[in-house]
Design a protein around this ligand. Sequence first.
Ligand SMILES: NC(=O)c1ccc[n+]([C@@H]2O[C@H](COP(=O)([O-])OP(=O)(O)OC[C@H]3O[C@@H](n4cnc5c(N)ncnc54)[C@H](O)[C@@H]3O)[C@@H](O)[C@H]2O)c1
Ligand SMILES: N[C@H](C(=O)O)[C@H](O)COP(=O)(O)O
Length: 325
Amino acid sequence: MIDRRAPVAVTCGEPAGIGPEVVAKARAVGGEVPFFVIGNPAHFDGHGVIIREIDTPEEAATDALCVLPHDIPGPATPGHPDPAQAAGVISAIARGVELASSGAASAICTAPINKKALKDGAGFPYPGHTEYLAALCGDADVVMMLACPDLRVVPATIHIALEDVPRALTPETLETCLRVTNAGLRRDFGIAAPRIAVTGLNPHAGEGGTMGRQETDWIGPLVDRLAPELGCFGPLPADTAFHAVAREGYDAAVAMYHDQALIPIKTIDFAGGVNVTLGLPFIRTSPDHGTAFDIAGTGQADPTSMVAALRLAWEMAGRRATAPA
Ligand SMILES: NC(=O)c1ccc[n+]([C@@H]2O[C@H](COP(=O)([O-])OP(=O)(O)OC[C@H]3O[C@@H](n4cnc5c(N)ncnc54)[C@H](O)[C@@H]3O)[C@@H](O)[C@H]2O)c1
Ligand SMILES: N[C@H](C(=O)O)[C@H](O)COP(=O)(O)O
């Protein structure tokens, strides 16, 4: 059967971070995935791969790092973001979205951005790709999933201050999160009847209302109501929801806030974790790490997560390409 998947569009991310290095290294070790990167070709020099400028995504090949040139000025200085580059970093993401939306790319895979650098340099009003991509797609209901072979996690609230979590967490937001998670597990991970563990917000999941009431007042009743339809159960005390035996009982865990979800996965498999946005009209993956300014330019960046992100995007594109309409 002919493989008609278009190549994956990689957005360059922060030029002063480790993004260019892991993208270039991924070309060398992630051999089978056809991809091209949207960025300034000069930013990818020096990592031992052949760089080829291309004019269209169709020219992407696996024998070189193919770069679709994008207007991001100047050299990159590792560890020191240049405010003049911020607008180009942002518009490269928007360009990736256009290419994925038109079918010219089968997915986007985003190299890490530095949110503060984009805010300082170009007034970027979003706390992350996830929210920016949702806005580009008409305020789509999206969830952020981080996935590795042993665990998938979804924080029900994403990039907000901890003090704002209890207000942001409502029956409506949690229900939407559970629905998007269930649909994503079925469509993009091929799990016919997903099992979704839901954690509590408070210590010991509230311990029967003695350490917080969200669990008894509404999280528990909501999870019970949706259980027959979405395969969810809980709320579980978060501290014991992620050990090895517990993980065997679910396909994804929905946690209540960012660190509750991301600490376990980045502890279990920082190198192999992948960030996936579910709920968009196209596929988006990303490595689970950030711009790592502390090691940028030293050659120490590990491309394993970038390779995993490319492979997962490609696999998801394959599943969508062969799914019945
Ligand atoms: N996908 C993304 O765009 C994304 C993901 C996470 C964080 N970020 C952003 O990146 C910036 C820095 O975040 P941070 O410092 O919290 O996390 P980070 O992941 O950049 O770094 C955390 C630690 O892990 C190390 N590390 C990270 N990736 C590595 C790799 N591939 N190989 C070897 N060591 C690696 C770093 O050197 C550092 O010590 C922030 O602006 C954050 O918002 C972006
Ligand atoms: N919250 C993510 C993490 O810590 O890995 C990271 O900030 C990336 O988020 P976006 O994909 O929204 O940029």
